[in-house]
Design a protein around this ligand. Structure first.
Ligand code: G6P
Length: 533
């Protein structure tokens, strides 16, 4: 099965408008030849070291045998559970790969103390942990690694026999891990994190967990040729033109699973597209949709809908929509090409993430200073309310504060719900997305913190100033030390939420923070409050 992209209405008009120029300038063949000049002078430095993903299906082949050998070795040592510690581009691809294949992989991309404790405390003697970090210095991943190393040691298990490292050559993590005797898989430094699905970052955890990774590479290899053609039948050019070529640009890209069988694809695409394009005041914001969301059937003129279908030739797009079909690994390559095309059309460098750092800096400063948390503007039913002055001043109920936040929505705005919580225990918080979307009648995104900071976080701060932000944080019921660090997981996640709120407010964006004092019961209270209004 190959990849098919079908467009209709406004999406087809966009393709008709921009595709001829992409073919004329030989965008596709130059991309696959590694031409770093495609995104303008200012992007050359970064692009020249970020284009090897077009060949990942070939370059990664030699890894397969080593991964399968380690998988067999771990299995014979009694390992039947793989945990992946990694943020953003270092965990989103293996998450969708394993979920789609129906293979168990526990992804830990959180600093929520309860979530970390639960993952570390389960079936440790049968567990191996993949620690994935391109830079080797991401604070979440480093903290998780320290916690697992201590837990294995305390259980009398040599951490070097159970913690496997994936990182770039020369990273601080490579050096310390080799010295400690861990298995180390080196990723290709010429591939950026969010384009790394078919490199060691996607393949090592997926292969160890039991996915047929050779077949993944085959599926990608089968479409690489067609994606490199300067032709109006190149599905990568068509998809890129359709998502970024409307005039004016449709900022929101609703991604809806419509029977493709690919599980969680929207979360992967969200990072790829939002972090690649959301900068210099422009960009595309994926809105991950599920079921029958309020956005479908409503007329939101700046929302472009893409459906992932079984076969887009037999289920062509209708209205103004786009339909896409094809095997997962082929779609990784397809969407990466489309994102590179979108970067070209929008006139930005798709390979950097200049605004992600600002939230990290603010969180670090808060960790150094450890200030007392700001006092709440008011409390209602176990929910402490804080936020931007004009959103909370004079309000006395959560419903009023939410109304005030939504009243701040610009005409072309969006609502971002950011839940810094244990997503396994408080999964129901995700239901707030549809409830708010009903009320806002604008696109609404939902992200688990701190995971989204490495994804849509770039768009929130670097994209157009259109967002209003609903932060949900949880009061800690029990904290967790981070070995040899001066802060705990509880202080870290709080600093990440407060730091990001500071940066967003610094960009003039309104933020409403709801702190659930007793997470489980307050989450239900919040849902009923919203459902009632
Ligand atoms: O792989 P790492 O170096 O740990 O980075 C993990 C993530 O961190 C950063 O925030 C980047 O914005 C992401 O693109 C990256 O995927």
């Amino acid at each position: 099965m190959t990849i098919t992209v079908s467009t209709a209405g406004a999406a087809s008009d966009a393709v008709a408008r921009v595709l001829p120029a992409l073919i004329e300038e030989r965008f596709a063949s130059r991309l696959f030849d590694g031409d770093a000049t495609l995104w303008g002078e200012a992007a050359i430095d970064e692009s020249s070291k970020r284009l090897a993903w077009t060949k990942a299906h070939e370059v990664s082949r030699p890894l397969v045998a080593d991964i399968l050998a380690l998988r067999d070795e771990l299995r014979s040592a009694g390992v039947n559970r793989i945990v992946l510690c990694g943020m953003g581009g270092s965990s989103l691809a293996p998450e969708v790969i394993t979920r789609t294949a129906g293979v168990e992989l526990v992804v830990l991309d959180s600093t929520d103390p309860a979530q970390v404790s639960a993952v570390v405390g389960e079936r440790l003697p049968e567990t191996a942990v993949v620690v994935s970090s391109k830079s080797g210095s991401t604070v979440e991943t480093d903290s998780q690694r320290r916690t697992f190393a201590k837990a294995f040691t305390d259980a009398g298990i040599d951490p070097a026999s159970r913690i496997i490292i994936v990182t770039d050559p020369g990273s601080p993590l490579e050096e310390s891990s080799r010295a400690a005797g861990h298995p180390v898989f080196l990723a290709d430094p010429q591939v950026g994190g969010r384009f790394s699905a078919l490199t060691a970052f996607g393949l090592v955890p997926s292969g160890l967990a039991g996915v047929d990774i050779e077949a993944l590479l085959d599926d990608a290899a089968a479409v690489a040729e067609v994606l490199s053609h300067d032709s109006d039948e190149n599905p990568g050019l068509v998809l890129g033109a359709a998502i970024a070529g409307c005039e004016p640009v449709k900022t929101y890209l609703g991604i809806l699973e419509s029977g493709s069988g690919i599980v969680g694809f929207g979360d992967w695409a969200e990072q790829l597209i939002a972090e690649s394009t959301g900068k210099e005041g422009t960009g595309l914001l994926p809105v991950v949709l599920d079921g029958n969301p309020p956005e479908i059937g409503s007329t939101i003129p700046d929302l472009q809908l893409v459906r992932l279908v079984v076969n887009a030739s037999q289920q062509p797009a209708l209205g103004d929509e786009i339909s896409v079909s094809g095997p997962l690994a082929a779609q990784f390559l397809l969407w990466e090409v489309a994102t590179a095309v979108a970067g070209r059309i929008l006139g930005i460098n798709p390979f950097d993430q200049p605004d992600v750092e600002s939230a990290k800096v603010a969180a670090r400063a808060l960790l150094d200073e450890m200030p007392e948390p700001a006092s709440a503007a008011f409390d209602e039913d176990g929910i402490a309310v804080r936020g931007t002055e004009r959103v909370v001043a004079g309000r006395t109920s959560v419903a009023q504060a939410i109304d005030a936040l939504l009243a701040e929505l610009p005409e072309h705005g969006f609502v971002a719900i950011q839940a810094y919580a244990d997503r396994t225990r408080l999964g129901e918080l995700a239901e707030l997305r549809d409830l708010i979307a009903h009320r806002a009648r604008r696109p609404v995104t939902f992200g688990w913190g701190p995971r989204f900071l490495h994804s849509t976080g770039q768009f929130h701060k670097g994209g157009p100033k259109l967002g209003v932000f609903l932060q949900i944080i949880t009061a800690e019921q029990g904290d967790l030390e981070i070995p040899e660090r001066p802060f705990t997981f509880g202080t870290l996640i709080r600093a990440q939420a407060d730091g990001d709120a500071q940066v967003l407010e610094g960009h003039g964006r309104p933020v409403l923070q709801l702190e659930l004092q007793n997470p489980e019961s307050s989450a239900s209270t919040l849902k009923s409050l919203l459902a009632a209004v």
